[in-house]
Design a protein around this ligand. Sequence first.
Ligand code: NAD
Length: 350
Amino acid sequence: MKICVLPGDGIGPEIMAEAVRVLKALDLKFEMEEAHLGGCAVDAAGDPYPEATQRLAQAADAVLLGAVGGPKWDTLARELRPERGLLGIRKQLGLFANLRPAILYPELANASTLKPEVVAGLDILIVRELTGDIYFGQPRGIELRDGERYGFNTMHYTESEIRRILRVAFEAARKRSKKLCSVDKMNVLETTQLWRDVANETAPEYPDVELSHMLVDNAAMQLVRNPKQFDVMVTGNMFGDILSDEASMLTGSIGMLPSASLDSNNKGLYEPSHGSAPDIAGQGVANPLATILSAAMMLRYTFAQEAAALRIESAVKKVLAQGYRTGDIYEPGTQKVGTKAMGDAVLAAL
Ligand code: NAD
C-alpha cells in the first residue's frame, strides 16, 4: 500500500502530521513518501506540481493531501499558483469521481445553521463527476458578435462518461444504505436527459440499490428542507460543485469533512474539503479530523480495508463524545484542544 503524502501549505503540514500518526498506529503496512505540492512546491522547485511529485503521485496507489494555497502566492502568474498544482494532479491522475460525505455528528448539531432536529445525525454522500460537463466543454469563450460581447460555454457528456460515474455511485450506495438519488435537469437540458436515460439503463446491474431521480432545483431545496431523506446523491460536474458545497455547509463544520477523488481503478486522491486556512496556520489549533477522516476514506475506497476505516471513524466519534473540540467546533461545556492534542485523543480512542 503505497501512499504519496502531500502536506501542502498553511495548516496542511500540521493536520497531515496527525493523519500520518493515525495511519502508523494501525496494524497495516504502508509505504509513505512525502513530496511538495502547491505553494511550498513553488518555493522549493519553482513549479506547483514539480516532476518529482508527479513521479511519486503516479507510482503511488493513493495520494493523501493536506491543502494548498495562501496569500503569499496569490500574486504569482496564473500557471505558478498553488491551485494549478491541484488541477494538474487531478487531471494527470484521471480523477473523474469526487466523493464528498456530509456528516453531522449528533454532538455537533449546534454547529449547523439549520435546526438541530433537521440535521442531527445527517450522513449523506455526494458523488460528483469531476472531469467533464460545461466546465471542460468546447467551444467556450467571450467574443464580440453583432457589436456586443457574447459569452458561451458548452455542456456535454458522453454515455460512457455518465455510466462510469454512475457505477461509482451505485457501488458506493451498495456500501451504505443502498439508496441512490440521481440529480439532473432533464426537463430543460438534453445532456441531462441522456444522464437520466443512462442512469435507468445502468440500474438493472445493481438490483439491490434503489434508484430515484430529482431535478437539481428541487434537490437544492430538499437539501435544506429535509436533508436526511438522502443517502447517496450522484450528479454532473456543475450541479455537483454547487450541491456538494451546500451539503457540506449543512453541517457547519468544514474542519470535519473529508473527500475522495477516484480514477477508474480506485486509485484516489484524498483530502479535507477545507482549504489551507492561512489565518490560523502555524498556531497548532487547526482541526485535523477532516484529514484523519480522509485517510479513513482512503482505506475504504483504495485499499478495501473497511474494518480499518471503520476503526478510525469510530475513534473520531468517540473523541467527539468525550467532549474534545478544536476551536472551529468548540462550544461552552466542551474541552478545547489543539491539533496535536486532538490527534492524541484519536490515537487513544483507536
Ligand atoms: P479555508 O477553508 O482555508 O478557510 C475558511 C475558514 O475556515 C477559515 O476561517 C479557516 O480558519 C477555517 N478552517 C478551515 N479549515 C479548518 C480546520 N481544519 N480547522 C479549523 N479551522 C479551519 O478557505 P479560504 O480561506 O477560502 O482559503 C484559504 C486558502 O486555501 C486559499 O489560498 C484557497 O485558494 C485555498 N483552498 C485550497 C483548497 C484545497 O487545497 N483543496 C480548497 C479551498 C481553498
